[in-house]
Design a protein around this ligand. Structure first.
Ligand SMILES: [Zn+2]
Length: 50
């Protein structure tokens, strides 16, 4: 998975989606990361389509 903005390494994923952002872009676009999940946790979750 790559950052949808800069193609860099993904550090965060938006909850409920498969959109990933690097830390820099996540902070720039969301100002806080409450709505984002660290990428590492995404693997532990069940696939939650919809
Ligand atoms: Zn980025």
């Amino acid at each position: 998975m790559k950052c949808v903005i800069c193609d860099g390494d993904v550090d965060y994923v938006i909850k409920g989606t498969h959109e990933g952002y690097c830390k820099e872009c996540a902070l720039e676009h969301f100002e806080d990361v409450d709505m984002l999940e660290p990428r590492g946790n995404a693997n532990a979750k069940e696939d939650d389509s919809e």
